[in-house]
Design a protein. Structure first.
Length: 404
C-alpha cells in the first residue's frame, strides 16, 4: 500500500509526546513490512523533504500547530498527484488531516485516536480557561472551527476510527456518537529500544521514576501526596520526575513549582529532570527500580510499555487504556486514580519485596515482546487500512462540513 501519515508531531522537530512516538514507530513498522510510507509533519524551523530509515518525511514550517491543518495541503496535493496514495491516516487530536480530507474527499481516511482536547479538559481537573479562550480565538481568526469541534467532526467523517484501547473507543462512541461499525481497537505499535532489553532486571536503587508531562491528568499531584508515606517507611527511597512542565492547580505556579512547594520537607528525596531526549530514557530506567504512572486518565501508555520492556516494577492506572496493558497482577500493579494511599501501598509493596518486583519485571518484558511485536500489530494496522479503503469505495465522497 501507499500510505500517507499526517501528523504535526514527528521526531525530532516536533517530538512533543506520544503522538510523535507513535507516528515514527508506525511509519518504520509499515516500511519494514513493504509499504510505501510518506509522513507529512510540522516543524518550527524548516520546510524540507528527507528520507530517514526508508521513510519519506515532508516537514512544513509553521509558527503554531493550528496553522499546520491548512499549510500541509499544498505539499500533500503535489505528492498525491504523483504518488496516488491508497489511504491516509491522521490523529483526532488537532485534526491534522482535516483540510486534506476536505480537499481530497475520495481518499480513504483513518483517524487514529490518541486523546482529544475535550477529554483532556475533563481529566485535567481544572479547566485552563485562558488557554481555551486563546485556542478558540486563534481558530476563529483563521476561519476554522474551534479545535474541539473540529476534532469531533473530523473523526465522525472518517472511514475507519482506530482506537488504541477500548476505554478510549467506548468513551468517544458515547461522547461523540461515533459509529460502532467504524471503530476498531488494536494497540499502538511498540518496538523497544534494544538497550531497554539489555537492562538487568536485578537492580537495587530504591528509585521510583515517573515519566510523562507534569500535569494534573497524569496524576503527579496524587503521586506527590503519596511520597511522605513511602519515605516514612523507606527513608532511602528516591523519586524522579521526568517530563515537560505543565499547569498546576495553582494559577500562579507551574507544576514543578507547585510540587516543589508541596514537597519542601522531602525535597532532598525528589528530582526533576525536565524533558529529556528519548534516547536517554534507557539510562534513567537502568537507574530505576519502580516506574509509576498514576494517571487520572490514559488512552494507552507507551511509556508503560517502555518501562515493562526495561524489566522494571511497573505501577499503572486503572483509568483508561493502561489497564489493557497491565492485564494481570503477574506483570505489574494497577492503582485507582486519585488515591495517594493506594499509590503509596503499591510502591511500598514493591520496595519491600525485591524478588517479587524482579519477577514482575521479567514477565512484563516477555509480555511486551509477545503482545506488541511488529508482526502482530502490523497485521492489525494493515487490516485497518484495508477496511477504510473498502468503506470508501462503497461510500459517496465526504461532504464538505468543515469550515476550513
Amino acid at each position: 500500500m501507499k500510505i500517507a501519515l499526517i501528523s504535526f508531531e514527528y521526531p525530532p522537530d516536533t517530538a512533543y509526546g506520544g503522538i510523535a512516538t507513535y507516528a515514527q514507530q508506525a511509519a518504520t513498522m509499515l516500511v519494514q513490512r513493504g509499504h510505501q510510507v510518506e509522513v507529512f509533519a510540522g516543524s518550527r524551523s524548516r520546510t524540507s523533504t528527507d528520507i530517514e530509515a526508508s521513510v519519506t518525511i515532508h516537514r512544513i514550517q509553521v509558527k503554531q500547530k493550528i496553522d499546520f491543518i491548512r499549510a500541509v495541503v499544498p505539499m500533500f496535493l503535489e505528492r498525491h498527484r504523483t504518488v496516488r496514495f491508497d489511504v491516509m491516516e491522521g490523529p483526532e487530536y488537532g485534526a491534522d488531516a482535516a483540510a486534506i480530507a476536505q480537499a481530497v474527499p475520495t481518499l480513504p481516511l483513518v483517524v487514529k485516536l490518541h486523546t482529544p482536547r475535550e477529554l483532556i479538559a475533563v481529566y485535567e481537573g481544572r479547566p485552563n480557561v485562558l488557554g481555551q479562550v486563546r485556542t478558540r480565538l486563534g481558530a476563529l481568526k483563521r476561519g476554522i472551527h474551534p479545535l474541539r469541534d473540529l476534532e469531533r467532526i473530523h473523526t465522525l467523517e472518517a472511514d475507519e476510527v482506530a482506537a488504541p484501547s477500548w476505554a478510549l473507543g467506548k468513551d468517544l462512541m458515547q461522547r461523540w456518537g461515533l459509529d460502532p461499525e467504524k471503530v476498531h481497537q488494536f494497540p499502538l505499535p511498540f518496538t523497544p529500544n534494544p538497550s531497554l532489553l539489555e537492562i538487568p532486571v536485578k537492580t537495587s536503587t530504591k528509585r521510583i521514576t515517573f515519566i510523562g508531562r507534569l500535569d494534573i491528568k497524569k496524576g503527579v499531584t496524587d503521586l506527590a501526596e503519596a511520597i511522605p508515606a513511602v519515605l516514612a517507611q523507606v527513608p532511602g527511597a528516591r523519586f524522579r520526575f521526568i517530563g515537560r512542565n505543565g499547569l498546576s492547580p495553582s494559577p500562579s505556579q507551574d507544576m514543578q513549582q507547585f510540587l516543589t512547594h508541596r514537597l519542601a520537607p522531602y525535597i532532598e528525596a525528589v528530582e526533576f529532570t525536565g524533558q529529556v531526549p528519548a534516547a536517554n530514557i534507557p539510562n534513567y530506567l537502568a537507574d530505576t527500580d519502580i516506574c509509576i504512572f498514576p494517571s487520572r486518565w490514559e488512552s494507552f501508555g507507551l511509556v508503560c510499555l517502555e518501562a515493562m520492556a526495561a524489566g522494571r516494577g511497573v505501577i499503572g492506572s486503572r483509568a483508561g487504556g493502561m489497564a489493557e496493558i497491565i492485564t494481570s497482577g503477574e506483570v505489574g500493579r494497577l492503582v485507582p486514580p486519585e488515591r495517594p494511599d493506594t499509590i503509596a501501598a503499591a510502591i511500598l509493596e514493591l520496595l519491600h519485596n525485591p524478588e517479587l518486583r524482579q519477577q514482575l519485571g521479567c514477565q512484563a518484558r516477555q509480555q511486551v515482546l509477545i503482545e506488541y511485536s511488529s508482526d502482530r500489530i502490523g497485521q492489525l494496522q494493515e487490516a485497518s487500512y484495508e477496511r477504510a479503503i473498502a468503506t470508501r469505495q462503497k461510500s459517496s465522497p465526504r461532504p464538505c462540513r468543515l469550515l476550513l
